[in-house]
Design a protein around this ligand. Structure first.
Ligand code: CO
Length: 453
């Protein structure tokens, strides 16, 4: 058999931080490790996007833009990858096109090499602006489809979306299994079909939440996948990715040999294990398999947040009812995936449906917006009665939601006059206005200068 080395993206600084320690990993703890990671020879290192941006300014008093520049200095030989929530960028709502364009341009300028845009509804129109801008900057766009299980989510649907993304000019395609629900044999079937119909490399992202991660990767590798996402062992398994070292060892001396140096990985893993000790207070899972997720499909992060909030509201005894309500709400809302921000929409609505004693007695602003089409087209049809009730005579929209959002850049710049002129700061403010203003006041002096590069 011809040699086909499997490429690996390491997720330590982004997904691992988000999935294991509530996105609290600080730059100062990344920097000593970054130099060593740079020597490994990864396909890329995921180090930005998702919840990291929000966490930087909300909890860590760190400038998210500085993080890219500092890591780039330590990792000049490794491609830096980010995950981006389509038109929601690194936030929770759709932003205007001019903000999206500038955000991507600035991220590229500061050092991001590969962008992985996904959309919670897998509405390809919501990825268009980001993908086109990435292409214009000369960086790589990795078009993404989220994997979930529902009566409307077929392999055909994944293939259709993937082809639409290929038409937009993506450089690679990622199947994103955020909840770890993709089983090995289904992975094999889907990857084979993707390999047949796409010309670009295929990247698979899974989590070990249901304990299938490494098995799923192995079957996907045999089916022709090109790139997989793993993390060094101290952060691996449970709600995070399978361990890099195990995959490297399993593939040794096969046509899929990654070529990565196990003793170097073991050495870095020692440093990572030490570093992780600082974050004990934020550890979000016990590291093992969560079989509840196999049944409920609710991602680990969502589950732990939900139980914490119910405990606070002294309503933890209603958890079972809420878990039963979640799939029903999901069906009413067109079988949307449980991924940011739709996971939050479903969970909050299901909780209200149970705690108020009547389904949809209270309809949240976000549920209404989803039923209005404000997040895009849902994978399946929404419940028409519920839609009518929520919209109270208003008509749902069918266009790309951002087509209706007026440009905002000039206004944002105007609002920050006298506070900052940095375009990075204007973007931070445009994304999270309230948190950003607080952050500008208390951030360290060093990052309080115009960081434009
Ligand atoms: Co993930």
């Amino acid at each position: 058999m011809q040699k086909k080395p499997i490429k690996i993206m390491d997720t330590l600084f982004r997904d691992a931080s988000q999935s294991k320690i509530a996105t609290r990993m600080k730059l100062e703890d990344m920097l000593p490790i970054a130099g060593k990671l740079d020597k490994v020879g990864y396909h890329s290192v995921e180090m930005w996007g998702g919840a990291t941006f929000d966490s930087c300014i909300r909890y860590l008093n760190e400038d998210p833009w500085e993080r890219i520049r500092e890591l780039k200095k330590r990792m000049p030989n490794t491609k830096m990858q980010m995950v981006i929530r389509g038109q929601s960028l690194v936030g929770y709502r759709h932003y205007p096109d001019d903000v999206a364009v500038r955000f991507v341009e600035k991220a590229a300028e500061n050092g991001i090499d590969i962008f992985r845009p996904f959309d919670a509804l897998d509405d390809v129109r919501n990825l268009k602006t980001v993908i086109e801008t990435v292409k214009r900057t000369g960086k790589a766009a990795e078009g993404t489809v989220c994997y979930t299980i529902s009566p409307v989510h077929t392999t055909r649907l994944i293939l259709d979306k993937a082809r639409q993304l290929e038409d937009l000019g993506i450089d690679s395609f990622c199947l994103k299994d955020m909840a770890g629900l993709l089983d090995p044999y289904t992975a094999s079937k889907i990857i084979k079909r993707l390999k047949k119909s796409l010309a670009v490399p295929i990247h698979l992202h899974t989590h070990d939440t249901c304990g299938m991660g490494a098995m799923t990767y192995l079957k996907a590798i045999e089916a022709g996948v090109d790139i997989i996402d793993t993390v060094l062992s101290p952060f691996s398994e449970g709600t995070c990715q399978p361990p890099t070292e195990s995959l490297v060892m399993a593939l040794k001396k096969t046509p899929y040999d990654t070529g990565l140096d196990l003793s170097l990985l073991a050495d870095i893993a020692d440093d990572v294990r030490e570093m992780k000790k600082k974050y004990k207070a934020f550890e979000t899972d016990l590291g093992g398999v969560d079989s509840k997720i196999m049944v409920t499909q609710i991602p680990g992060g969502v589950m732990s947040n939900m139980t914490a909030q119910l405990r606070q509201a002294k309503a933890l005894h209603r958890l079972r009812e809420i878990l039963e309500e979640i799939p029903k709400v999901r069906k009413d809302l067109g079988y949307i995936s449980l991924v940011t921000p739709t996971s939050q929409i479903i969970v909050v609505q299901a909780t209200l449906n149970v705690l108020t004693g009547e389904r949809y007695k209270v309809i949240t602003k976000e549920t209404r917006e989803l039923l209005r089409g404000g997040y895009g087209e849902t994978p399946g049809p929404v419940d028409p009665d519920l839609q009518r009730r929520a919209l109270k005579g208003e008509h749902p929209i069918h266009c790309r939601p951002a087509d209706l959002i007026p440009n905002q850049w000039d206004q944002l710049r105007e609002e920050l006059k006298g506070i900052t002129e940095s375009e990075e700061d204007i973007l931070t403010y445009g994304l999270f206005p309230h948190v950003a203003l607080e952050f500008f006041k208390r951030r360290p002096i060093s990052s309080n200068q115009n960081p434009s590069v």
